[in-house]
Ligand binder design. Structure first.
Ligand code: SAH
Ligand code: SF4
Ligand code: F3S
Length: 446
């Protein structure tokens, strides 16, 4: 059935920061087409669900959200619905079969085709584009960048690692790096748009490679050093990294690049060598710990973060104990931990010896208790110290602003005289497991 061309849009992101970045680029594309962001997202003419397929729960959310939009074949008056992101790529036209009210299915590498797809959908044709052509989307999206004080910049997409539990190599395709020039230019555009901090993103961000302006091959450390010289950039971060791509140069950058923040998110998934092998992680417990030791030796205050999966097929009590002992050895400043979720089409989903759900629950609880204790202890060390905070957004209380410490902790600051984008010296007065509280340091302000 044909419908009017949408005039307003709303985009809902699920999953990782790469989706947040893609959501921003889609918004800029819609703005360039003359559409406007809906004031009330329940009232938008076009609703984009930018989806995640990483775990079953994440993927199922999409279908409940489609249902919530209230469009049915008998009541077709609802918004135009576009499914973007990794569920779109993984389930493809299956989505339109399961949810017939969906008008557009667009994979993560085909967003630049959305204007044509919207026109097709308005003319009553279902539009599906699941090509994985690599980097086309970036060069064809508008170069104008809307941003906050802290901006994301996708430098690399896709993954060639094929961990046996993971859908990303299938939903995002092979590893591709964006060009040096495009990234330097976009970083400058982000600074012009108000960004003080740039977080370089990629499913395997430290696999980024490219030729610089002189034709010399560079790795992520080279790119970070070049961004360090861009005026207006105050802070640089990157995520998510794979242990195997932690090069000597990147480790060294943590010692001598001033703007590179002392925070490293380096997922390990498990502390057990047999499980790491079955996961096809291609690093061992020891090789992972050696990397952390090297980073800590040149940047002793670095805050470490990781991802963990409990209940991978075949995980014994002893394997899980190895994960707990690794966590205790490292002392993470923060971490994400998940129950293993079998994903269709991945090798681990067909492995024998799947772990019962209640065992996974119990292990997850135990792991999370340890991680939370370590995070609280890390934060507790901050009370009574001063640190620099980049103010990023308003808090709930009047005059309150929320920002980040160099170590990625959220800091709540009561400072009506300050604004978003300011970097202030803050006296930390209180620490909790999830955030810190502080006041602007008057001596520093004087
Ligand atoms: N590229 C990153 C992270 C990708 S996905 C990396 O290699 O580390 C983010 C996290 O989701 C992973 O680190 C992993 O901990 C988790 N994850 C991925 N697949 C999963 C699955 N099938 N079940 C549970 N957790 C999963
Ligand atoms: Fe998934 Fe492994 Fe690639 Fe990370 S490295 S995205 S976990 S396949
Ligand atoms: Fe999810 Fe796709 Fe990111 S599966 S975690 S949105 S790469």
């Amino acid at each position: 059935m044909s419908m009017n061309s949408p005039k307003t849009y709303s985009i809902k992101n699920y999953g990782c920061q790469m989706n947040v970045y893609d959501g921003e680029r889609m918004a800029e594309l819609f703005d360039a087409q003359g559409m406007i962001a809906a004031d009330d997202k329940n009232d938008a003419d076009l609703v984009v669900l930018n989806t995640c397929h990483i775990r079953e729960k994440a993927a199922e959310k999409v279908y409940s959200e489609i249902g919530r939009l209230g469009k049915t074949s008998r009541n077709p008056g609802g918004p135009m619905i576009a499914i973007a992101g990794c569920v779109a790529q993984a389930e493809g036209s299956e989505i339109s079969r399961r949810a017939p009210t969906v008008d557009i299915v667009v994979g993560p590498q085909a967003y630049h085709n959305l204007p044509q797809m919207i026109a097709d959908a308005a003319a009553g044709k279902k539009a599906v584009d699941l090509d994985l052509p690599g980097l086309d989307k970036f060069s064809q999206l508008p170069s104008l960048r809307k941003t906050g004080a802290s901006a994301f910049l996708t430098v690399q997409e896709g993954c060639d690692k094929f961990c046996t539990y993971c859908v990303v190599p299938y939903t995002r395709g092979a590893e591709v790096s964006r060009s040096w020039r495009a990234l330097i230019d976009e970083a400058k555009a982000l600074v012009d748009g108000g960004a003080k901090e740039i977080t370089l993103l990629g499913q395997n961000v430290n696999a980024w490679t490219g030729e610089d302006d002189t034709g010399k091959m560079q790795g992520l450390d080279g790119l970070i050093r070049a961004l360090d010289r861009v005026e207006g950039i105050k802070r640089i971060r990157y995520m998510t990294s794979h242990p195997n791509d932690m090069t000597d140069g990147l480790i060294a950058a943590h010692g001598d690049v001033e703007k590179l923040m002392p925070f490293l998110h380096l997922p390990v998934q498990s502390g057990s060598d047999p499980i790491l092998k079955a996961m096809n992680r291609s690093h061992s417990r020891d090789s992972y710990l050696v990397i952390l030791d090297r980073v800590r030796s040149i940047r002793p205050d670095i805050a470490l973060s990781g991802d963990f999966i409990v209940g991978f097929p075949g995980e014994s009590d002893a394997d899980f104990a190895d994960t707990l002992s690794l966590v205790k050895t490292v002392g993470y400043a923060q971490a994400f931990s998940f129950k293993y979720s079998p994903r269709p089409g991945t090798p681990a989903a067909d492995m024998i010896d799947q772990i019962p759900s209640d065992v996974m629950d119990q292990r997850l609880q135990q792991l999370q208790a340890q991680l939370m204790a370590d995070q609280s202890a890390f934060n507790a060390k901050m009370a009574g110290t001063t640190c620099e905070v980049l103010l990023e957004r308003p808090g709930k209380l009047p005059g309150q602003l929320i920002g980040k410490s160099p170590w990625m902790q959220s800091v709540h600051v009561l400072a009506p005289e300050l604004g978003i984008g300011d970097i202030v010296t803050v006296d930390i007065t209180e620490s909790g497991p999830l955030s810190l509280k502080g006041e602007p340091d008057m001596r520093a302000a004087a």
